[in-house]
Design a protein around this ligand. Structure first.
Ligand SMILES: C[S@@+](CC[C@H](N)C(=O)[O-])C[C@H]1O[C@@H](n2cnc3c(N)ncnc32)[C@H](O)[C@@H]1O
Length: 312
């Protein structure tokens, strides 16, 4: 696949789904299945997902049979993602034996043989959402997937914990943890310099005046969760590993790789300590490796399941 002329975040999120599906840690998932409260029509599971993107986690949670009777609230600051979530979910439901109805605006109901999942999407910033719901301890389960490395964790995790019911669960997945490998190596020294600067750009990211995320979010979550009063029930690796099988990438994963290389370009193309000619050549060679089905990409990540102390 040739490098795209224009990049679409929605297509990136869609291409990421198969990569994430392989990556998600099965031990952490198994623990989630074991401890998630049994739901019924009278006692549905209350789930909040923050930074839901185009809603791929909802598909997974239904496929995993974790959502049977549930009220699921999904928020994302980008209204375009919410619109795409609704379209995508209606197409996804069509391929299954479920019924889908749009009740009003951004609310939907999925009726399955063994359950009903009501989903409400909100195009809203996480902190505005929490401000509006500040006195409510609503949630049995809070999900943040590929999200914690974008926010100021010391303020955000206590916010999550305050909104959980006693004994509520936090399922925080795909938290980047400081290793990016692009293979084959092009130029030892330049490869290392670019990756170091790319990680540093994550560490220096400021959103609303506060440090947001960082390149070692994964390992920091151990201490952050514990200091917010959440007990870690399970943790494990969820590395992204994208490689060509006989020169071809699976599904839309060539697009995923082009997007990752483009992200590195966007982040560093004006960096004063990189020679722009050498850097542009490096970026072009990485895109060419994808076109030829040669590039292997590994990103180290961690998944967590944690629980507020107190019974469910
Ligand atoms: C890396 S994407 C992950 C999306 C989705 N969880 C997935 O993995 O497919 C992060 C998402 O968080 C959203 N986001 C970033 N900051 C946010 C905030 N402060 N409040 C709500 N959503 C936010 C972005 O719009 C984006 O869709």
């Amino acid at each position: 696949m040739q490098p795209p002329k224009k990049y679409s975040f929605i297509r990136y999120l869609s291409s990421k789904k198969s990569v994430d599906d392989r990556a998600l840690n099965r031990h952490v998932l198994q623990k989630l299945r074991a401890v998630v409260p049994v739901a019924s029509v009278d006692n549905p599971l209350h789930v909040l997902e923050v930074g839901c993107g185009i809603g791929t986690m909802i598909e997974r949670m239904i496929d995993w049979d974790i959502l049977t009777y549930a009220n699921y609230v999904a928020i994302d600051v980008d209204p375009g993602n919410i619109i795409e979530s609704l379209h995508r979910l209606s197409r996804w439901v069509e391929k299954r034996d479920f019924k889908f109805s749009r009740s009003s605006g951004q609310s939907t109901l999925i009726k399955m043989a063994a359950g009903n999942v009501s989903i409400t999407f909100h195009p809203i910033d996480l902190y505005d959402f929490f401000e509006k719901n500040k006195d409510k301890q609503n949630w049995n389960l809070l999900i943040a997937h590929a999200f914690m490395d974008l926010v100021h964790m010391p303020a955000t995790i206590p916010c999550f914990c305050k909104r959980l019911k006693p004994g509520g669960l936090l399922y925080l997945t795909l938290n980047f943890d400081g290793v990016t490998s692009l293979l084959p190596v092009l130029h030892d020294h330049l490869d290392e310099k670019i990756i170091t600067l790319y990680h540093r750009s994550m560490d220096e990211r400021i959103i609303n005046g506060k440090q947001a995320g960082g390149s070692r979010t994964g390992r920091k979550l151990f201490a952050q969760l514990q200091s917010a009063g959440a007990k870690i029930l399970a943790a494990g690796s969820s590395d992204w590993i994208v490689y060509p099988a006989e020169g071809c990438y699976l599904q839309d994963e060539a697009y995923f790789l082009h997007y990752i290389i483009h992200t590195i370009y966007e982040e560093l193309n004006t960096h004063p300590s990189l020679d722009s000619k050498g850097f542009n050549a490096w970026i072009n060679k990485r895109h060419e490796q994808i076109e030829r089905g040669e590039l292997i990409y590994i990103a180290k990540q961690l998944d967590f399941l944690a629980q507020l102390t107190g019974s469910l």
